[in-house]
Design a protein around this ligand. Structure first.
Ligand code: KG4
Ligand code: ZN
Length: 362
């Protein structure tokens, strides 16, 4: 029997984006096809201009902005045509990892809304579930795509190697199924997104640095400066980006005129981007071979990086394995992926405590 799709409100407040999304989910863990998701509304209130002058996210400002934005975004969802015909079945809210004061704003908002919706519809059975932000990134490759190629739903997925690269994490997983995986590698210091942001600051580029470095790198020469690729040849699957960032810092200190020369500045950005992405691709491909994986799943804010996407896609093709990455807009933080993670947690019968957990692991 075909089950009615589940209408999910996703809520994301772990860092500097307030996200609310309405997503329809259908399917189970046992179906021939993976669960399917339809995005009805995807709202993001970005706080980038507020944090930019500080060069990074200020937790208390993030909290203040989430408190301000949540009711505004909810008003847009509440009055949407989709909710005239039917009610929300599930609220999914990020409980971690992230900045705890920011996470609490989402959790408290979700709890109050849940209470209010139940009071308005006493017969409704609306669920409230916690979601792991990193699982949101992990599952994001299943989100609808404009790119027909990535719709290759028949490709064999498991075992897969998943690379999650964001502002707080650089994690390699061996994924056995939609409900089981093992961490095989992790950064020992800075996350790769953090390295992009710090190098951008060294180059006097605005926050967040990832997209700025990418823009500059496109016109630079990635082979101009041989920055180190720490831990590249270590047998394990761990990463380290703090030494690479320091090398850029020393290079700029020793060549102070480079920042005043547009071409040289672009070369630094391109050479840094090359070193950072080469080491990610190298280790991911090595893990793919070592574990006999059938697919590579790339996700997280840094997955928006075109050079990383291209190199990993080419590498996967050479190995004859499938490559999946979400469309650009679903790589950086959003609430669609949180609705997805909430749905999977529900299917897996995994219950996250509705308590902010800044260090929650995947
Ligand atoms: O997943 P995300 O939106 O937030 C966290 O969960 O951390 O990731 C944000 C990170 C930031 O460090 C940002 O600079 C980086 O993703 N990022 C990029 C690009 N777009 C965003 N890094 C490299 N290239 C990009 N195009
Ligand atoms: Zn994220």
């Amino acid at each position: 029997m075909q089950m009615k799709p589940t209408l999910i409100l996703g809520i994301e407040t772990s860092c500097d984006e307030t996200g609310l999304a309405l997503v329809e989910a259908a399917g189970t863990l046992r179906g021939a096809q993976p669960p399917q998701f339809t995005v009805i509304q995807n709202l993001i209130a970005s706080q980038i201009p507020i944090h930019a002058p500080f060069g990074g996210v200020v937790p208390n400002l993030a909290k203040r902005e989430h408190l301000k934005n949540l009711p505004i975004l909810w008003e847009q969802i509440r009055t949407s045509p989709a909710l005239r015909k039917r009610m929300i079945d599930m609220i999914a809210v990020t409980v971690g990892p992230g900045l705890e004061p920011a996470l609490w704003t989402g959790i408290t908002f979700a709890q109050q809304l849940h209470k209010q919706l139940r009071a308005e519809n006493p017969k409704s059975n609306i669920a409230l579930v916690g979601a792991n932000h990193l699982e949101g990134h992990l599952y994001s490759f299943l989100l609808p795509s404009k790119n027909a190629k990535s719709k290759n739903k028949n490709a064999k997925l498991f075992p897969a190697i998943a690379l999650i690269v964001s502002g707080g994490h650089t994690t390699l997983l061996r994924v056995a199924s939609f409900s089981s995986w093992k961490r095989i590698g992790e950064t020992r210091d800075d996350a790769v997104g953090e390295a992009f942001d710090k190098v951008a600051r060294i180059l006097n580029l605005p926050y967040p640095g990832g997209p700025e470095i990418q823009k500059l790198a496109v016109v630079g020469n990635g082979d101009a400066i041989a920055f180190p690729q720490p831990m590249r040849d270590h047998k394990n699957y761990d990463f380290s980006f703090s030494g690479l960032k320091t090398s850029v810092l020393y290079y700029v200190r020793d060549n102070p005129s480079a920042l005043r020369n547009a071409r040289q500045k672009a070369d630094i950005a391109a050479s840094f981007e090359k070193a950072a992405t080469d080491v990610l691709v190298h280790k991911t491909l090595r893990a793919t071979q070592a574990y006999g994986a059938r697919a590579i799943l790339l996700s997280g804010g840094v997955a928006a990086n075109q050079s990383l996407r291209n190199k990993l896609s080419d590498g996967a093709k050479n190995l004859g394995v499938a490559f999946f990455v979400a469309d650009q807009g679903y790589n950086t933080d959003n609430a669609v992926m949180i609705a997805t993670a909430g749905y999977f947690a529900h299917l897996r019968k995994k219950k996250f405590k509705l308590v902010a957990n800044g260090g929650l692991e995947i």
